[in-house]
Design a protein around this ligand. Structure first.
Ligand code: XIL
Length: 441
């Protein structure tokens, strides 16, 4: 791969990533040594505002910070870097050089490490894509997926209708294909989903039966499904799209609500946790982003927040929330609104995953040339992700697919180009928008 300097000449993106990686490493070293910027800020404020007591404390802290810096230097040496200050100077020079280089210089053959997954790693988050087992056999699909992403969501393979279509029939193979592929490429998997709406639940589950019998079916389903992938997957979307603000109680009518009452959601989390105590368990829903831009979205966002809060307050094993983020470029939530939603969920102690992002730009709805529409799309991806990666608790951004060659949007809403790669697997402006956002630019 050559030295950083050589790679800088060769590929602007690889170099940019390297710079970010080093910065993150440095930050981590200082943090380990107790030298956080938050703590320093606090100390400085109290010194400026306070009396001798604060000053004494400051000296104590300054001593600790100095010790921290020394440890940083030692750690740096161990990591074959001379000193933090040298890295800072080096980083600053390199950042300048890098911004002067244009992205056109980056070609696939020279761009060895400039991938979304490498960029996401510099922020300590995951970058994911919904994956379909039927395309994994295609070389371009497989290679792009493995190169760019480190977090796969099963697009359809684990949905009840697919995986457990009849009481005695389980079809694990398509889901297994994705889990195996992920493990071969050092990727994490989020399984999607355990419970969804009636249209997506097999008829046999909805047949007339007693509450006890229904509960037994639910228990068996969760134990078998979650149990099978225990230790092999990272996360589960336990309940999908349970909120409906047109209903009096704000919950979508479905067979689970009808049989078990509102407690079905907590019960599903409890069962999943029992089957795999190490898995990260999420609630997933749409249009919960954007609290303030429309009354409809605000109502949904508030109802979903209330649901998550109640689960947390009741001690249900919920660990995170997925914001689907299927967006229309012509009517989109603003990045600030989305960040506010992420923040308030994170304050409940929950992780937040943008879980199904895509951005529609069909010419039927959005004016402008193709270039203009693609640029609008790039900006939306960039601005929303850039705002979210700054939020504590933001754990991953997942796209609902990655190539315009295969998107549910085409089937569901008509031809569009909602994703990061075009139909020939070439990165679109949207891809670079996401890359920049992950790199904090
Ligand atoms: C979609 C899949 O992408 C399609 O292939 C399938 O036909 C229907 O479901 N919200 C969700 C996802 O939570 O499960 C949906 O996936 C898209 C909307």
């Amino acid at each position: 791969m050559g030295s950083l300097r050589e790679r800088l000449i060769e590929c602007a993106f690889c170099a940019r990533l390297e710079v970010k990686r080093r910065r993150r490493g440095l930050h981590r070293r200082f943090k380990t040594a107790g030298f956080t910027s938050h703590r320093l800020g606090k100390i400085l404020r109290s010194v400026l505002e306070g009396g001798s007591m604060e000053r004494r404390r400051f000296l104590k802290y300054a001593g600790a910070a100095l010790a921290g810096a020394t440890i940083g230097v030692v750690a740096g040496r161990q990591a074959e870097v001379t000193s933090p200050s040298q890295i800072i100077t080096e980083t600053a020079t390199q950042s300048r050089t890098v911004t002067e280089t244009t992205i056109e210089e980056c070609t696939e053959s020279t761009c060895c490490s400039a991938t979304l997954r490498a960029a996401a790693e510099t922020r300590g988050i995951l970058v994911g894509a919904a994956t379909s087992s039927s395309f994994i056999g295609e070389a371009r699909y497989r290679n792009t997926l493995a190169r760019e992403f480190d977090f796969l969501t099963t697009e359809n393979e684990m949905k009840w209708r697919r995986i457990h279509p009849a009481p005695d029939q389980w079809d694990f193979e398509p889901a297994d294909t994705i889990v195996k592929f992920a493990s071969e490429h050092q990727m994490k998997v989020k399984c999607h989903n355990i419970l969804w709406k009636d249209e997506r639940t097999p008829d046999w589950v909805k047949a007339e039966r007693s509450r006890e019998e229904f509960l037994r079916i639910l228990e068996e389903h969760v134990q078998t499904l979650v149990g099978r992938y225990k230790g092999k997957v990272y996360a589960w979307d336990v309940v999908n799209e349970a909120v409906d603000t047109n209903e009096v109680n704000g919950l979508r009518r479905n067979v689970f609500l009808e049989k078990l009452g509102e407690g079905y959601i907590a019960e599903a989390f409890r069962l999943a946790h029992e089957a795999d105590p190490d898995a990260l368990l999420l609630y997933n829903d749409y249009e919960l982003e954007s609290a303030d831009s429309s009354p409809y979205r605000k109502a949904r966002s508030d109802r979903i927040y209330k649901l998550a809060k109640k689960l947390v307050d009741d001690g249900a094993p919920i660990h995170g929330v997925g914001l689907q983020m299927h967006l229309d470029a012509w009517n989109c939530p603003g990045p600030v609104d989305v960040a506010v939603d992420v923040r308030r969920l994170a304050r409940l102690g929950l992780k937040v995953n943008i879980s199904e992002m895509d951005v529609r730009i069909t010419e039927k709805e959005l004016a402008g040339t193709l270039t203009e529409r693609l640029e609008r799309q790039r900006r939306i991806y960039h601005d929303i992700i850039a705002a979210c990666v700054k939020e504590q608790g933001f754990m991953a951004v997942t796209f609902w697919g990655f190539t315009d060659a295969h998107s549910w949007i085409d089937e569901e809403f008509g031809a569009d180009d909602p994703l990061l790669f075009d139909e020939n697997y070439q990165p679109k402006p949207a891809y670079w928008g996401v890359m920049d956002a992950l790199l904090g630019e």
